[in-house]
Design a protein around this ligand. Structure first.
Ligand code: ADP
Length: 399
């Protein structure tokens, strides 16, 4: 079975064709700057990275180019006909309370997804553009929606309710949802496999540390708490997002500094976090390099980040009543050796101890805790596309 995985952002489209007989990637690529004059797509094939400039007006045109040139075309094609694709798996950002698992897409599901748009006004419409483009280009193909929020629907109410007037939850579904669910689910299942344990016997804290970052407390293989909230701005400070701040701050910025709502939104989402404190870059590689040269604000930004991630892990020791294993994943979690070390140093009091040699790794599945560590620590590279393809295959096979 071949599954095409699609992940659409407001101006981007990521695709990955998976052969589910062996769970291998046949081809993958990313279309960027869709709708602009300089759109381009980067593809990865047989180890080569190729950039193709091809301006497109919208997602449908981008997907048409992917299908006609990159999947079936003479030069880059990997299959002879689109009919070889058995199903499409779509990444959807927000499923609200309506979706606690992946679903086969039909007209009714599309309407239900549209109803969640107020919760993710930027993200869900972009994801739906991918669904609509696919419907037009490959008729009658089964499509599955996999939601970033679904894995966290198992959170108990006391962990998802906000201390606001209760009717906001009842009337408008204002509550904590959490994101990166596909990644948290994947790495928690994988760490149990690597440890050769039943996931039901493990109390796991997964740390998905990418540009967007969230932590998740997992018991019995289920999410019971997570750091992002109604939106992906909450929780730990991120590369450029602020994470948890005093909720009065936006009013203060408005009243005292005369900022508009739009300006504040942009500041909190794009100019804060590690970029905001360091003033250097949202990329940890740049901030680490500046710290190595003695830059004080870079050092402050990294110390702040490491401390807050550790604080969240310690919080989840309360949610889980103990922790057996901590997992690091995503761009920073998989690659930033010193960040992992810095976070774990804050957790020494809980008996966390890193083996520095083992921690000297990037993008590999490795146990990085020492033999004496009371809590195991692993690096597990995430694979959200594989998880989406697996869910898609499972649902389509049951049809
Ligand atoms: P996204 O949320 O967009 O998927 P990523 O998971 O790619 O983001 O994370 C981006 C961050 O990961 C960057 O700030 C960068 O510092 C870090 N990162 C990514 N790749 C590497 C690498 N090979 N070495 C060191 N750091 C990396």
């Amino acid at each position: 079975m071949k599954v095409l995985v699609l992940n659409c952002g407001s101006s981007s489209l990521k695709y990955q064709l998976m052969d589910m007989e062996n769970e291998k990637v046949v081809t993958k690529g990313t279309y960027e700057r869709i709708g602009q004059d300089n759109s381009f797509v980067t593809i990865k094939q047989k180890g080569d990275k190729i950039r193709i400039e091809n301006p497109v007006k919208n997602h449908e045109a981008a997907l048409k180019f992917v299908m006609e040139e990159l999947l079936t075309g003479e030069k880059y094609g990997v299959i002879s006909d689109l009919n070889e694709i058995d199903a499409v798996g779509h990444r959807l950002v927000h499923g609200g309370e309506k979706f606690d698992h992946s679903v086969l897409i039909d007209d009714e599901i599309i309407e239900l997804i549209k109803e969640t748009t107020p919760l993710a006004p930027l993200h869900n419409p972009a994801c739906l553009l991918g669904v609509e483009a696919c419907q037009k280009l490959i008729k009658d193909i089964p499509m599955v929606a996999v939601f970033d929020t679904a894995f966290h629907q198992t959170m108990p109410k006391e962990n998802f309710i906000y201390p606001l007037p209760y009717e906001y939850y009842e009337k408008y579904k204002i509550r904590k949802y959490g994101f990166h669910g596909t990644s948290h689910k994947f790495v928690s299942q994988r760490v149990a496999e690597v440890m050769n344990k039943d996931i039901k016997d493990l109390k796991i804290v997964t740390c998905h540390l990418g540009q967007g970052a969230s932590l998740c407390a997992i018991q019995d293989g289920k999410s019971i708490n997570t750091s992002m909230g109604l939106t992906p701005l909450a929780g730990i400070a991120m590369c450029a997002r602020c994470g948890d701040i005093d909720p009065s701050l936006p009013f203060y910025l408005m009243d005292t500094l005369g900022k508009t709502k739009e300006e504040i939104n942009s500041i909190l989402n794009k100019e804060s976090g590690v970029l905001g404190i360091s003033g250097i870059s949202p990329d940890f590689r740049d901030v680490e390099a500046a710290k190595a040269e003695g830059n004080e604000r870079a050092t402050l930004a990294i110390d702040f980040y490491n401390h807050t991630v550790a604080e969240y892990i310690a919080r989840y020791a309360v949610s889980l009543q103990g922790i057996d294993v901590i997992v690091f994943t995503a761009g920073i979690g998989e690659n930033q050796i010193n960040i992992r070390k810095g976070i774990c140093e804050n957790l020494k009091f809980m008996g966390v101890e890193i083996d520095e040699n083992a921690n000297n790794c990037r993008g590999e599945e490795v146990e990085i805790s020492s033999a004496n560590s009371k809590i195991k620590v692993y690096v597990i590279p995430t694979d959200e596309e594989l998880m989406i393809a697996r869910d898609t295959k499972e649902i389509v096979e049951k049809m």
